[in-house]
Design a protein around this ligand. Structure first.
Ligand SMILES: NC(=O)c1ccc[n+]([C@@H]2O[C@H](COP(=O)([O-])OP(=O)(O)OC[C@H]3O[C@@H](n4cnc5c(N)ncnc54)[C@H](OP(=O)(O)O)[C@@H]3O)[C@@H](O)[C@H]2O)c1
Length: 316
């Protein structure tokens, strides 16, 4: 495993993390033993960054992680837990209440990285109200570092303005070979400000791997049934990109997932992909995305092919 430093901290994190949204009904890993096997494989391979959220399975994901850490005998210092507080829980007192519950589910007395999951779109909580609550949690030792998920640059700036003792260390954003909007503002902003980017859906929820047929995508029952990437007009284009990913995989004797993730880390050293996995084999596969690099010409070929995509989110 390769390691990097999170933001401006001295915290060492694996260059590939593990996304734990999969431990929920949304993705289907609802059996604790299965989740434990996935986590065990990640730790065995040197992945020390686990990304969860209070909302994943309404606490199920955090609960599974907390229990697995105990059952597997993982030392607390050896794992970096990244969790997120939903935009609905951002009233000042609610921030503390939500974090207390999260700590209980995670069976720990501190959170390494707490992110605001999304801006409070419809509750009108003033930005400084919740940012000051997060800062207080750091001062009180319940949280080590904070971050923002799905925030535009303007709002990240406003949020940082509210802080007096600490800064934002992480932006968590959607970033994959198909969806590259973050390259316009968010990634340059993170690079300029010494922040890490946790790249979510780094495999475009599997779309970029070309593992599903047009018939498969019509049968999806999980979160992908409503995802615009899996609508025919988009997916037909993505299949072409996936074919190139597969060709590269053959050339490098790697897997499509390893090619897709390696391309992301090649884009910038601030990017840390957090792929989700539904079994230990996928974890192992994803962990093999580091320790080597695509050469410049091949990186560019994928770059050009991905730039040709014309994805639309207006699918109804
Ligand atoms: N902050 C946010 O708003 C936000 C939003 C979304 C996600 N996230 C975080 O980001 C993490 C990852 O994103 P994601 O789960 O949306 O999508 P993803 O990582 O792009 O895709 C995950 C899916 O791809 C398939 N897969 C994974 N590894 C594979 C491999 N090596 N070979 C073949 N197939 C593989 C699996 O599905 P199948 O086996 O069914 O094909 C898996 O469930 C989440 O777990 C979560 O922690 C954050």
């Amino acid at each position: 495993m390769e390691y990097t430093i999170l933001g401006s901290t001295d915290l060492k994190v694996s260059r590939i993390g593990l996304g734990a949204w999969q431990f929920s009904n949304t993705w289907g890993v609802t059996d604790y033993e299965k989740a434990k096997e996935i986590l065990a494989k990640a730790f065995e391979l040197g992945i020390n960054l686990v990304d969860t959220a209070m909302i994943y399975g309404r606490g199920m994901s955090e609960q599974f992680i907390g229990k697995a850490l105990k059952d597997l005998g993982v030392k607390r210092d050896d794992v970096v837990i990244s969790t997120k507080i939903p935009g609905e829980f951002l009233a000042y007192n609610d921030v503390f209440k939500a974090v207390d519950r999260s700590l209980k589910r995670l069976q720990t007395d501190y959170i390494d990285l707490l992110q605001v999951h999304w801006p409070p779109c419809w509750h009108n909580h003033p930005t400084c109200e919740y940012m000051k609550a997060l800062e207080r949690l750091v001062v009180l030792g319940k949280v080590d570092y904070i971050g923002l998920s799905d925030f535009p640059v303007e709002l990240a700036e406003a949020a940082r303005y509210c802080l007096s003792r600490i800064d934002i260390e992480v932006l968590q954003i959607r970033y994959n070979l198909v969806e590259r909007q973050a390259e316009k503002e968010l990634i340059p902003y993170a690079e300029e400000n010494d922040m890490s980017i946790l790249a979510w859906s780094p495999l475009a929820k599997g779309a970029v791997l070309g593992k599903y047929t047009l018939e498969d995508i019509e049968k999806f029952q999980d979160v992908r049934s409503n995802d615009p990437l899996f609508k025919k007009e988009n997916y037909e284009q993505i299949i072409e990109l996936a074919n190139l990913v597969k060709q590269m995989a053959e050339k490098y004797e790697k897997t499509p997932a390893q090619i897709a993730l390696n391309w992301l880390i090649g884009y910038s050293d601030v990017i840390i992909p957090i792929p989700g996995a539904k079994n230990p084999q996928q974890v192992e596969d994803n962990a093999g995305a580091v320790g080597w690099r695509l050469n410049y010409d091949d990186w560019r070929l994928l770059d050009e092919a991905s730039k040709k995509l014309r994805i639309t989110y207006v699918t109804w």
